[in-house]
Ligand binder design. Structure first.
Ligand code: XIL
Length: 481
């Protein structure tokens, strides 16, 4: 099956609108961060490393953060090449009032993805959770069957040609391998709702891959074997199933050692496997040892997927520890993602870069090494400058660590560009540039940096003859190491 090729009229209109917006504004689509072609990129990104291995690297994102949080949007635009709307395509989001569709937020995410040369996973069509309030408890079985067919047909048709893979049915199994006896199971008198849903989705967009998606099916166990048996029987019956999604919401240290074996047994059936919602929650507080274990876990997940050709890629369920469903869903747990709440990369990020065959940038490695080696000096700092460049343009993320013993209540970072860069916009700092000299001052919300803590800002700009990175930085007048 060839995925994601066709384009419906609606899809074409939205893409053209996005491209027109790029042309008019020189880069920004409705506030979205746009990154031009990755060709010639000087720096490692998860997406470029994954693509070199024939995989994607995706993120489960939220439209409100893409538009309201520029640090988040910048990472979503540069590090990933697949986006899953975290909630925006769920039934409760698209049809809160019966008969009235609200496609706006999901459409905007598709436009963001398109503008940044990323693909989209559709999530999800059939689930017993996040249903509109008008739906459960109000209809007969026959009515529910008709409503489900209409929902699937209308939503898949709306996004026809824009979706690489749909999670058609979400979380159909209990832990013991039995079916969840939810409203769909009951209305259809059994698990045949799954075959019907796949058939309806395929009819509406024959080019999309179609997944069954569930959690705790990452290793070989009772639940994953129930999924395996179901997929096998659907294939035997000629039902258009083409993919299994392993959500991969892990508790620290619980990535099964047979994850690759499990992926391989699904692939041997001829279906794609996608790692769809990775996070790895830590019983707080996160210690150095916990973060090291988390790095091992993330590396193992990526390695398991890389080992199987039909494993298409890995999606993480969020960007930063400040914006994750884990904190509200699992009290006491947190810190499950690859960036901390200040958008500083964690050891897990470096482990994923390494697993993907990349080299961890020596600047950031030495930044953390020298930070941990620094004792009780009164003032001190390290800076990691991570550029991402293309012909004529660049972005740079700057992470500044306070390695001194006193907190900062405000900061000014100064440096000089060795090249002819011109900053056009910045996030998490106000920049002023005079010739090559740049000064970046904290915003109202990020001036405080405790001893040992880090902060992060960045900017986008243009260059003509050289985008060489600055090598010397000062914070509040003190030269950083
Ligand atoms: C979560 C979202 O991240 C939250 O924002 C929302 O409140 C609840 O749902 N399995 C899934 C995802 O398939 O849709 C869930 O997403 C997380 C668990």
């Amino acid at each position: 099956m060839k995925a994601g090729t066709g384009r419906g009229g609606g899809a074409r209109r939205r893409v053209l609108a996005a491209l027109a917006a790029v042309a008019l504004t020189g880069g920004a689509v409705a506030g979205a961060v746009v990154v031009a072609s990755q060709a010639g990129a000087a720096t490692t990104t998860l997406r470029s490393l994954a693509e070199a291995k024939g995989k994607y690297f995706g993120v489960g994102a939220e439209e409100s953060l893409l538009t309201g949080n520029s640090s988040y949007a910048n990472i979503a635009a540069t590090q990933f090449d697949m986006i899953t709307p975290g909630n925006e395509m769920k039934w409760a989001s698209v049809e809160a009032t019966q008969g009235t569709y609200t496609w706006g937020p999901a459409d905007q995410m598709v436009a963001f993805a398109t503008a940044n040369n990323e693909r989209v996973r559709g999530h999800n069509l059939v689930w017993n959770s996040q249903l509109p309030s008008w739906l459960p408890g109000s209809f007969t079985s026959a009515q529910l069957q008709a409503l489900l067919q209409k929902h699937i047909t209308d939503e898949v048709t709306h996004f026809k040609g824009e979706i690489y893979t749909w999670d058609v049915v979400n979380e159909p199994f209990n832990g013991d391998g039995s079916y969840v006896q939810d409203l769909w199971y009951n209305a259809f008198g059994g698990n045949n709702y799954i075959a019907d849903a796949l058939t309806w989705a395929h009819a509406a967009d024959p080019n999309a891959l179609l997944c069954l998606n569930d959690y705790n099916i990452e290793g070989v166990n009772t639940k994953s074997t129930a999924m395996y048996t179901l997929v096998k029987s659907l294939l035997a019956a000629g039902v258009p199933i083409s993919c299994v999604g392993l959500e991969s919401h892990f508790v620290l240290g619980s990535v099964p050692s047979d994850m690759q074996t499990n992926i391989a047994r699904f692939a041997a059936l001829g279906v794609h496997v996608q790692i769809t919602e990775v996070d790895d929650r830590i019983l707080l507080p996160a210690t150095t040892a916990n973060l090291a274990q988390q790095a091992t876990d993330y590396g193992n997940i990526v390695t398991a997927c890389l080992g199987v050709t039909l494993c298409d890629g890995v999606t993480v369920w969020g960007i930063d520890d400040g914006n994750t469903w884990v904190t509200s869903t699992f009290p006491g747990y947190g810190a499950p993602l690859m960036w901390d709440a200040n958008y500083v990369t964690k050891p897990a990020y470096n482990a994923v870069v390494t697993a993907l065959g990349g080299t961890v940038s020596s600047t950031s490695a030495s930044a953390s090494a020298s930070a941990s080696a620094t004792g009780g000096g009164s003032s001190g700092c390290t800076v990691a400058y991570v550029p991402n460049q293309w012909t004529g343009g660049f972005t740079a993320n700057v992470t500044v660590k306070n390695t001194g013993s006193a907190a900062w209540s405000a900061w000014t970072v100064t440096f000089a560009f060795p090249g002819d860069q011109k900053i056009t916009n910045a996030w998490n700092a106000t920049t002023t540039q005079s010739g090559a000299a740049v000064s970046a001052v904290n915003m109202s919300y990020n001036g405080s940096v405790a001893a040992g803590a880090s902060t992060n800002f960045g900017f986008q700009g243009t260059w003509t003859s050289s985008d060489a990175s600055p090598t010397s930085f000062k914070v509040n007048g003190t030269t950083c190491t």
